[in-house]
Design a protein around this ligand. Structure first.
Ligand code: NAD
Ligand code: AKB
Length: 314
């Protein structure tokens, strides 16, 4: 039975992932940690700052941890406000996890990466597994460097580190934490509550996205795949859908006809334009049988249903 440590567990992904991990492996086998308590206090959380190396080691030893999901990070938009600190949390924090794992004999680690590793020189459509990667945000730089550190610790110290380049994640039971893709969650809450949304991206800016249940399933399937199947030790491309603000608006309007949108692009538009539009995830499909379940229309239907059970469904 795995004994799991989750860092950054109170965030958008951690909130959902911890619940799933606990369903699967039992409450006592999943130690959730973060800087702060979870927003709704939905599960017990220990305090852990990933910049505190000795504290990481103490938690690993005390709870006999043998697997780590390292989610703690500062995302793309928030990261641009304080680049040096973002680099420190995202990269030094990850290296602390790697070193503590090596020292304490923890062999298996999940380290999420992101489509933010791509940059303006990357092939924009059907982006391959190994394209040119010169990211232009500090978040993307830290994630790209983290991928190289994962590969290095795997090759040199035998750590079984696995990773996904998540697209923007969209879910109904947690809020995003300061990214460029946050609009695709905000738009649902605004559509249901205010019937109006001001989008910080242009109407035609296309980004890869994924519905949270697909992201959780991908994570668990990757982590449970036989080690010999894992042939990418930097991070796997993974895809589900791609759309623009205009396209998701049209889809939501089918359920909330009075919903209106306007556009006031800010610095996040430049970040989004530096990323890619669609992803080739053949390696993930071949190596551990990845397949998405949700496209744009199915995701929108479920989001509206969960956020507003009284909304009129087709
Ligand atoms: P989030 O911002 O919602 O949560 C991150 C959590 O990390 C927060 O709860 C924060 O308190 C915590 N944290 C920050 N600094 C910390 C520190 N020094 N020590 C301990 N905890 C700290 O982010 P998320 O969306 O849940 O993302 C989780 C992971 O998935 C991140 O690594 C992120 O890069 C990656 N990812 C997320 C998305 C997405 O769309 N949500 C897409 C691609 C990759
Ligand atoms: C962000 O927008 O920063 C994140 C991500 C795609 O990594 N959602």
């Amino acid at each position: 039975m795995p004994r799991i440590l989750v860092t950054g567990a109170a965030g958008q992904l951690g909130t959902v992932l911890v619940t799933k991990l606990r369903e699967r492996y039992g409450d006592d086998n999943v130690v959730a940690t973060d800087l702060k308590p979870s927003e709704d206090g939905s599960f017990p959380l220990l305090s852990l700052n990933v910049l505190e190396y000795d504290d990481i080691k103490a938690i690993i030893q005390k709870h006999q941890i043998n697997e780590i999901y390292h989610l703690a990070a500062i995302l793309s938009a928030k990261g641009e406000k304080n680049p040096r600190f973002t680099w420190k949390v995202n990269l030094d924090g990850f290296i602390n996890i790697l070193e503590a794992a090596k020292e304490c004999g923890v062999k298996k680690i999940f380290n999420p990466s992101s489509i933010a590793v791509f940059g303006p020189l990357t092939q924009k459509e059907n982006t391959p597994q190994y394209p040119i990667m010169i990211p232009e945000t500090i978040y993307g730089m830290s994630k790209e460097a983290g991928e190289q550190w994962s590969n290095y610790y795997h090759k040199n110290f035998g750590l079984d580190i696995r990773s996904l380049r998540y697209p923007g994640l969209i879910g109904y039971d947690s809020l995003p934490g300061g990214g460029t893709t946050d609009y695709a969650v905000e738009i649902f809450h605004a559509a249901i509550k205010e019937k109006q949304y001001t989008c910080f991206l242009n109407p035609d800016t296309i980004l890869p996205m994924m519905y949270m249940p697909d992201a959780i399933r991908a994570t668990l399937e990757l982590m449970e795949a036989p080690a010999e199947n894992i042939r990418v030790r930097t991070s796997y491309n993974i895809a589900a859908m791609s759309f623009s603000p205009w396209e998701i608006y049209q889809e939501i309007k089918k359920y909330i006809p009075e919903f209106t949108i306007n556009y006031k692009p800010d610095f996040r538009e430049k970040i989004a334009r530096s990323w890619v539009e669609s992803i080739d995830d053949t390696s993930a499909r071949n190596d551990w049988n990845w397949k998405e379940e949700y496209n744009l229309s199915k995701m929108v239907e479920e989001m509206i249903f969960h956020l507003s059970p009284s909304a009129k469904l087709r």
